[in-house]
Design a protein around this ligand. Structure first.
Ligand code: IMP
Length: 195
């Protein structure tokens, strides 16, 4: 597959920045939907894959360019996988500090001991007149007892990836970008582009 230009179908600046960093070695011209002033697409799907496909497919039709969309979220075992696809909407007014506190409270109230969780990411690539392709990645870990760290975004302060004792928000972007769900999904995408 020969890609020279790619639109990242997201209005989340933090995610776009992470994706741009991860794609930098490919020397592809990467723009975000926001930079191109393309509207936001409503996430009406019930799974990460459905939402990623909806976002990539709709934006590719709008701009006629290859579009890569990411749908991701935090799935907590003690909460039967929630907030999952609703991770962004779970936090009131996208206040993720508040959202994290609400999740910790819900976990306490669940009475379950498990703190196991994972971040999931589904990337969808839509190229004009081609079937949409999907690439998935996940990172397993534990939910911290209280938020820690200032780096990253979203639920990073409460997620401790397996093999580490610090949260993503303490570890920072260099470590996170080596092991994250987004990195793992993008690795599959990059492998295909390179092949
Ligand atoms: P969406 O994919 O735009 O629906 O948003 C997914 C939401 O999941 C984000 O707004 C974050 O709250 C959360 N999320 C996804 N990936 C990460 C991550 O790498 N760190 C922290 N939170 C994340």
């Amino acid at each position: 597959m020969k890609l020279t230009k790619l639109v990242v179908a997201s209005h989340n600046d933090d995610k776009v920045a992470e994706i741009k960093t991860l794609l930098a070695p490919l020397h592809i011209e990467v723009h975000s939907a926001k930079e191109l002033r393309l509207g936001d697409v409503e996430e009406t799907g019930k799974t990460f894959e459905e939402n990623a496909k909806i976002k990539a497919g709709t934006l590719s039709l709008m701009c006629g360019l290859p579009c890569l969309a990411d749908d991701s979220g935090l799935c907590i075992d003690a909460l039967d996988g929630r907030p999952g696809v609703y991770s962004a909407r779970y936090a009131p007014n996208r206040d993720f500090k508040e959202g994290a506190q609400m999740l910790l409270k819900e976990m306490d109230e669940s009475g379950k001991k498990s703190r196991k969780a994972h971040f999931s990411c589904c990337m969808a690539l839509a190229c004009p007149n081609e079937k949409i392709k999907v690439y998935e990645g996940r990172v397993d870990g534990q939910i911290a007892v209280a938020p820690r760290g200032e780096k990253g975004f979203g639920y990073d302060p409460i997620f401790i990836p397996d093999g580490y004792e610090q949260t993503f928000a303490e570890l920072g972007e260099d470590v996170k970008n080596q092991i994250s769900h987004r990195r793992r999904a993008l690795e599959k995408f990059i492998r295909e582009i390179k092949d």
